[in-house]
Ligand binder design. Structure first.
Ligand code: ZN
Length: 429
């Protein structure tokens, strides 16, 4: 009798090692050069890359799929996006949010993402979006792990009943404490908001993920306050700062100081390159800034960097299919990370680093004993995955196949011949 439910053979790991992977029930049971016993199902990966799933560490599922039908952002700025969204918010219904978010989650799973951290706007007396996503989290648990962040899109101190709404949101299904200090009216209020966020997270025993310094203003320096509070509350390893685009504009001396205290406080940075390259630099003449956190420098300094898709067809970003590999591809370009090892680092940001942010302290890569969540890519290596943006051929969740896709194939008709082109050089990397 077969001992394993699945054996995936001839699987390439990111270190170029070729292995077999045995799966028993919902777990990876063994990873070895050759697994002798057969599985009930045998899958030949044909030397393609097999990795942990992509992690979308930052998205706004409540706003997803609202353009172009309901709104358009004419200036392209973050602030007009917030204004357009606040006009849609009163009309939200639980069913409407669920329908749109469910669709977006299906797209993300099809692309190989099985962990999604969604910020949910709690600046709404009815908390409609939170109630919708809380229901969806349970309904879609067989497909995806969803973390919900109580996100005060319109501020905590400058929004009526902001603190009450944050606390209600945590008691009604939000998992993580969010924030937006740069949106408060003054720097002092921004610091007070962060002090409140940390006090609340500490009292409730929650992780923290704050939209922080999402501006081109080099004077916006709330990440340093987050680092300090992380030490004060001994919340190391449980705190992420998202966006942090002002870092792009800091002078080198301050940038160095900041990286040092970020590492000491064991904070993670979550960059959202697709949305931020569009939203930032809108007040610049030429040259226009790129507006992404300096991921290469952060990564080189040992600070965990993860990636988010942030927006799919919403008031901040009108495009997108939720393919996190596109975000990684953009991050690679904006961050000047084109060296071979650098590209592999970017792939890690989209996969294992995201796993660490999502499940702190747990194994973040394919190892025996970990849940059998994995992706077989239509590419032989991490670098090729970033070049080709291949389909996720097989997506497995807790030992079950939850998505499959056919590799794309192209025919070119030339001199009476029918030539197959798949964009692979004869000596594939
Ligand atoms: Zn965001």
């Amino acid at each position: 009798m077969e001992r394993w439910n699945y054996v995936i053979r001839n699987a390439k790991l990111t270190g170029a090692r070729s292995v077999d992977i045995a799966i028993k029930d919902d777990r990876i049971a063994d990873i070895a050069d050759n697994i002798a016993e057969t599985g009930i199902e045998e899958i030949d990966a044909h030397g393609q890359l097999v990795t942990v799933p992509l992690v979308d560490a930052h998205i706004h599922l409540d706003a997803t799929l609202t353009v172009p039908e309901r709104t358009t952002n004419h200036s392209g700025t973050l602030l007009e996006g917030i204004q357009r969204w606040s006009e849609i918010k009163p009309d939200l219904t639980v069913e409407d949010v669920k329908t749109r978010a469910r669709e977006a989650i299906l797209w993300e799973v099809a692309h190989g993402t099985l962990q999604i951290r969604s910020h949910v706007d709690i600046c709404d007396e009815k908390l409609t979006a939170l109630h919708a996503l809380r229901e969806l989290k349970d309904e879609m648990a067989e497909l995806v792990d969803l973390q919900l962040v109580a996100f005060p899109q319109e501020g905590v101190l400058c929004y009526p009943h902001g603190q009450e709404l944050m606390e209600t949101a945590l008691h009604e299904g939000a998992d993580i404490v969010g924030g937006i200090p740069h949106y408060e009216w003054t720097r002092e209020d921004g610091i007070r908001e962060l002090e409140y966020v940390f006090e609340l997270a500490h009292r409730e025993g929650r992780m923290i993920d704050v939209h922080c310094d999402e501006t081109d203003d080099p004077e916006s320096r709330f990440v340093e306050t987050m680092a300090r509070l992380t030490k004060v509350y001994e919340w190391e390893g449980r705190v992420s700062a998202s966006h942090t685009t002002a870092m792009h504009s800091y002078n080198p001396a301050y940038g160095f100081k900041l990286r040092r205290i970020l590492r000491q406080s064991d904070m993670a940075i979550i960059a959202n390159p697709l949305t931020n390259v569009v939203l930032q630099g809108r007040f610049d003449d030429f040259p226009k800034r790129r507006g992404m956190a300096p991921i290469k420098e952060l990564d080189a300094y040992g600070i965990p960097v993860a990636l988010g898709f942030d927006c799919i067809m919403d008031p901040w970003y009108p495009l997108g299919t939720g393919n996190l590999l596109q975000a990684a591809w953009m991050a690679l370009h904006l961050g000047h990370m084109t060296g071979a090892q650098e590209m592999e680092r970017v792939f890690r940001m989209a996969t294992v680093n995201g796993q660490s942010v999502f499940y702190p302290g747990q194994p973040n890569d394919l190892v025996a004993g970990r849940p059998a969540d994995l992706v077989i890519w239509d590419a032989p290596s991490a670098i090729e995955a970033l070049r080709l943006l291949p389909v996720a051929q097989t997506v497995m969740r807790h030992g079950h196949i939850v998505a499959q896709a056919e590799p794309s194939r192209h025919q070119v008709y030339y001199q009476g011949q029918n030539l197959t082109v798949n964009f692979r050089p004869r000596t594939a990397r």
